[in-house]
Design a protein around this ligand. Structure first.
Ligand SMILES: Nc1ncnc2c1ncn2[C@@H]1O[C@H](COP(=O)(O)OP(=O)(O)OP(=O)(O)O)[C@@H](O)[C@H]1O
Ligand SMILES: [Mg+2]
Length: 315
């Protein structure tokens, strides 16, 4: 049974629809990576579904069922009780999560005391390989990587069932990024939480996600197991993203980038939003939104789909 079931979620900034009818679900222990170019709506989905976006953002449709309750229709008190204990978020910049005038220990107290768990702070620090003596430090006294570990420690302190990470390591150098991610994955295996992991780095996701969703211009265009993406993916945009991964030093191929630029959110193209940049596009792609094409393997229930007329045509 799913722990999180997002159905046709749409989120607007005023008149502009930045996430359009996005649906996916998460099972316990599953790591779903959400990938796409800057501005494709990844943060809008990840934070909007938890009602963490302020004005001018508003939810313009859908349901977000967490353990059978719709987060979008929950009263504030019920939602507050879920935060940190059942669902937690690690944001892109730990600086935005940490209060500069409070010591790390004070921030742990503020977060954990309402749940009767203030005593868990030292253990939470150790879990992310930080010396508990840093509970006396202030955010500016720590390096970027250490601050991101603090944000992680706060998010995992109460052993939540669902953890949402919005580009938690993009501000860090690659070595520190990999160290922190290795720790995250070890903790994920230990604690078994489900995770939604937002990034623009498809190669990173192919290393550790169990499933991958690709966003383009506010829509989810392909969703499936990571293995299907390692095998190439199906949507032409996914294939473009895969080819855009920089070649390794020993690899003999030219660097590639998808032609054109993503559309503005207030002027999405008609039909398939990717059609102006797609080498396979036909007249139908410009006029009609493609339906989802499900790929099933030997009678198994299909968990892999992509929205593309040309795939429909080919199958
Ligand atoms: N507060 C806001 N007001 C108006 N428009 C916004 C706001 N926040 C985001 N948008 C718009 O919504 C669209 C989706 O933005 P979002 O931040 O979700 O993208 P993203 O995929 O997370 O990008 P990035 O990889 O750069 O973080 C973009 O066109 C963006 O300009
Ligand atoms: Mg973002």
């Amino acid at each position: 049974m799913s722990i999180l079931d997002v159905k046709r979620l749409s989120v607007n900034y005023g008149e502009v629809r930045a996430a359009d009818s996005v649906s996916f679900s998460l099972e316990p222990g599953q790591i779903l990576g959400l990938v796409g170019e800057s501005g494709s709506g990844k943060s809008t989905v990840a934070l909007g579904m938890l009602r963490l976006l302020g004005a001018p953002a508003h939810i313009s449709g859908g349901e977000v069922n967490f353990q059978g309750q719709d987060i979008l229709r929950m009263d504030d008190e019920t939602l507050r009780a879920l935060r940190w204990r059942d669902i937690s978020v690690v944001p892109q910049s730990a600086l935005s999560a940490l209060n500069p005038v409070l010591s790390i220990g004070e921030q742990f107290r503020d977060t954990l005391a309402p749940h009767g768990a203030a005593h868990l702070a030292p253990e939470a620090m150790e879990r992310v390989e930080l010396d508990p003596k840093h509970l006396d430090s202030y955010p500016h006294q720590l390096s970027g990587g250490m601050r991101q570990r603090v944000a992680l420690a706060l998010a995992l302190a109460l052993s939540p069932k669902l953890v949402v990470m919005d580009e938690p390591t993009t501000a860090l150098d690659v070595v520190v990024e990999r160290q922190i991610l290795r720790r995250v994955m070890a903790l994920q295996r230990e604690q078994g939480f489900a995770m939604l992991f937002v990034t623009h780095d498809l190669s990173l996701l192919m290393d550790f996600a169990t499933d991958i969703g690709v966003m383009y211009a506010g829509r989810l265009v392909e969703l499936g197991p990571a293995s299907a993406f390692k095998a190439g993916g199906r949507h032409p945009y996914t294939q473009g993203l895969r080819k855009s991964i920089p070649p390794a030093l020993n690899e003999d191929r030219e660097p590639y980038s998808i032609p054109g630029a993503p559309p503005r959110a207030d002027q999405p193209p008609s039909g398939c939003r990717f059609h102006p940049r797609c080498g396979l596009a036909t007249a139908r792609c410009a006029s009609q939104e493609p339906s989802k094409d499900h790929f099933s393997r030997s009678g198994q229930e299909s968990v892999h789909w992509a929205s593309c007329w040309e795939l429909n045509h080919a199958s």
